[in-house]
Write a protein that binds this ligand. Structure first.
Ligand code: PEP
Ligand code: MG
Length: 583
């Protein structure tokens, strides 16, 4: 029987020029490859006679495994942080889990040797987790593989290779970067990571980002295509791995690396500072999140609140609607993490590109223009009311605001607000606390909402511009269709006029106007938004400091001059060329 384990291998390979993967941790690494290949952990399964002695051998191995893991977690706590250490500490919880441990011990009691028992039960869990197709659960499979290899190595008395001994300038190349491998990384010496598996959200990616090591994941056959000792360039943004680079390429990428590191250091100067233009106007700089835990990322990124909580996640990856209590807990958790900073919760935005199979939405000719978002919610009042009640209940714990997606008519806003009032009455009748003055806003992301922005502004407490959809609906161009990608641009004159109109209409009525679409983080868009009078920017967590820096570049007068020029231009190409020349 065999299982995999990390060792360093030196194998001759043919020369290839460029490997492509997923850029999962930004930055450039230039160094020499160290292949961490799999070694077989071989043993012969045997029937054991002394069950008690075998159980003791197994339990000793578990104790040793947990001791090693605690030590590794301590190392990674120092180099990467608490959250990263917790990933490893999770391994202890898994192996100490009475169910898993109990199943392994049952096999030993049935006279299987400890190695076979560990392998069999771990395989059961790995197969089960891998079959789900869900990113998060599939990571559990990686954790169990890591546990299996660690336990087998201890039972077989095999010394684990120490990645901590890797020399300076090493690019680690491995099939799968396990948390225990990462724990051995000395970030002074490892300049890049390349793996054959993993995604943006896998543990390897999270750990690589926490260690600030450029990483490219999911490179097919990286281990067999690369050779230990060869020079490579790892571009953690584009996902490129360049092999046998020329002197010019090394120079070009060294310059890129230095510029990246300079910018990272420079951006740190904006941490903890207010978001303010060069002429002193202050802005709110929020983050977009998808789960309550992402609120932690928003805080770590120095966001000043959350401008868009996409609540769809609570409804996805399950077979039935979340209860009001489940939703309440999630919204409350996010709010508590934000410690009183604003949290704008968008009500369910399903349909279009966001499918939730158990809701049984009928197939439509044109789902983006169909029965979705606020339209679906207003027709499914019980479900909608339970979400609104959950949000209201959570509003007793922080500064929570409600936002309706895809509003196209004033009646929709009114109907939504009526439901909020009904929900408030229900809560009052049950003596449940909530924020009586909770704000109810509109996500302006359709051509209709822009055209009637003056009317909506009379009845909404705030606007937030969703440029991702606004661009699509204004240009009649699907954001995912490459054939019409040339039209899908927020710099189209029609979209810019739309954005400008929404902001002006909102400001005329004295309500705040934010932007939570991707365009809010675009450096070319920022002077225009300053000039139009946007009050709040909501961007992804990694963009926060860069947006703060870009806002600080402009005085209102300079921004006005840019906007005047742009708004007189007739084509997107002209606008983009001009903006590129000035930012
Ligand atoms: C938008 O449409 O701009 C937006 C932020 O929402 P989503 O991307 O979730 O549709
Ligand atoms: Mg949208």
């Amino acid at each position: 029987m065999t299982a995999g384990m990390a060792v360093i291998a030196y194998i001759e390979k043919e020369v290839i020029q460029l490997l492509k993967g997923i850029g999962a941790s930004d930055g450039i690494g230039i160094g020499r490859v160290m292949i961490i290949a799999e070694q077989t952990l071989e043993y012969t399964p045997r029937q054991i006679a002394d069950v008690d002695a075998e159980l003791e051998r197994y339990r000793d191995a578990v104790d040793k495994f947990c001791d090693n893991t605690i030590e590794q977690a301590e190392n990674i706590r120092k180099s990467a942080g608490d959250k990263e250490a917790e990933i490893l500490e999770g391994h202890i919880a898994i192996i100490r889990d009475p169910f898993m441990g109990g199943e392994i011990e049952n096999l030993i009691k049935a006279q299987q040797c400890a190695e076979a028992a560990v392998e069999q039960i771990c395989k059961m869990f790995i197969d089960m987790f891998s079959a789900t197709g869900d990113d998060l659960t599939m990571q559990r499979a990686t954790d169990v593989k890591d546990i299996r290899d660690g336990l087998l190595a201890i039972l077989l008395g095999i010394q684990e290779i120490k990645i901590s001994d890797a020399p300076a300038g090493t690019v680690l190349v491995t099939k799968e970067l396990t948390p225990s491998m990462t724990a051995g990384i000395n970030k002074e010496n490892i300049v890049g990571i390349v793996t054959e598996t993993g995604s943006q959200t896998s543990h390897s990616a999270i750990l690589a980002r926490a260690l600030e090591i450029p990483a490219v994941l999911s490179v097919p056959n990286a281990v067999t295509q690369l050779s230990s000792g060869e020079q490579v360039i790892v571009d953690g943004k584009s996902g490129d791995v360049l092999t046998a680079p020329t002197a010019e390429q090394v120079e070009e990428y060294s310059n890129k690396r230095d510029a990246f590191l300079r910018e990272r250091r420079e951006l740190e100067n904006y941490r903890g500072k207010p978001t303010v233009s060069a002429s002193g106007e202050e802005y709110e700089l929020f983050c977009n999140i998808g789960t309550p835990k992402d609120a932690t990322k928003a805080i770590e990124a120095d966001g000043e609140g959350v401008g868009l909580f996409r609540t769809e996640f609570l409804f996805m990856d399950r077979n039935q609607l979340p209860t009001e209590d489940e939703q309440f807990e999630a919204y409350k958790q996010a709010s508590l993490i934000l410690k009183g900073e604003p949290l704008i919760i968008r009500t369910l935005d399903i349909g279009g590109d966001k499918d939730i199979p158990y809701l049984g939405l009928a197939k439509e000719e044109n789902p983006f223009m169909g029965f979705r978002a606020i339209r679906y919610c207003l027709k499914n009042r019980d479900m909608f009311k339970s979400q609104i009640k959950a949000i209201l209940r959570a509003s007793a714990f922080g500064d929570i605001r409600i936002m309706f997606p895809l509003i196209t008519a004033v009646e929709e806003l009114r109907a939504g607000k009526e439901l909020v009032e009904e929900a408030k009455n229900d809560l009052r009748a049950s003596n449940i606390e909530f924020d009586e003055n909770i704000q109810v806003g509109v996500m302006t992301e359709t051509a209709a909402s822009s055209v009637i922005a003056d009317l909506l502004a009379e009845e909404a407490d705030f606007f937030s511009i969703g440029t991702n959809d606004l661009t699509g609906y204004t240009m009649a161009a699907d954001r995912g269709n490459s054939d019409v990608a040339y039209l899908y641009s927020p710099f189209q004159p029609s979209v810019l006029r739309s954005i400008c109109r929404i902001i002006r209409c909102g400001r005329d009525k004295g309500i705040s106007v934010g932007m939570c679409g991707e365009a809010a983080a675009n450096p070319m868009m920022i002077p225009l938004l300053i000039s139009f009078g946007l009050t709040e920017f909501s961007v992804s967590a990694p963009s926060v400091l860069r947006v703060r820096k870009n806002i600080a570049k402009w005085t209102k007068t300079e921004a006005d001059a840019v906007a005047n020029k742009v708004m007189s231009m007739a084509t997107e190409a002209e606008i983009v060329a001009y903006l590129e020349s000035i930012v």
